[in-house]
Design a protein around this ligand. Sequence first.
Ligand code: ZN
Length: 236
Amino acid sequence: MKETIEMTLLENPTRRALVIGAHPDDNEVGCGGTTAKLIQAGWDITFLICTNGNKGSNDPKMSSYLLAELREIEQQVAANVLGVQTVVFLRHNDGELAPSPSLRFELALYIRHFKPHAIYTHDPWRIYMMHPDHRAVGFAVIEAIVHARDPLFLPGLGQIGVPAWRPGALYLWWAEHPDHVEDVSSTLAQKVTALRAHASQEIASPGWVERVAQKAVEIGAEKGMVAGEAFKKIPL
Ligand SMILES: [Zn+2]
């Protein structure tokens, strides 16, 4: 089947996606419902988790070491709920990411390795977005796509059998200007269960899961769906 950008996501023959979040829990919030839906349609999904989330607590007795360990376990459980095949933990320190050449190269390597049709990540242009890691990951992913897709970038990788790979589309969640809504009516319950796996975050922010679920219902309602996840879609 010839691949075109007009083709609906579920029809795409590549059937691989990479979901890249700054922290454990971002992928479930941003596109947990879409992830579960694609997996049910036979897609192979990989989660990249850029930081260990070791500052995501307001408990004065919590240590960064314990929190990092806890959040990696929570992330793995959440990914299992959605049916995600592979979770890769990059284990950078929470709050310290920058869209540096090293992060860009690191992400480009994973894009070339996993060869996704679709990539999902943060919208770095969203105004008033406070967390520096969300901006850093969004920019680093966008720059990494350029390094992954053109063979004259990172030429040494081509020489060792990691050739250039051009994804088909980039989807930015929590977008400033969303133009694509994925119907996640059938997988909202799975998204909520996956969010609950991040128990440390529910303790830090009571009502957080309900707020995320309510947002999905509101996004869906505008399109006549039970629930939706909104993205800025950038065809590549
Ligand atoms: Zn985050």
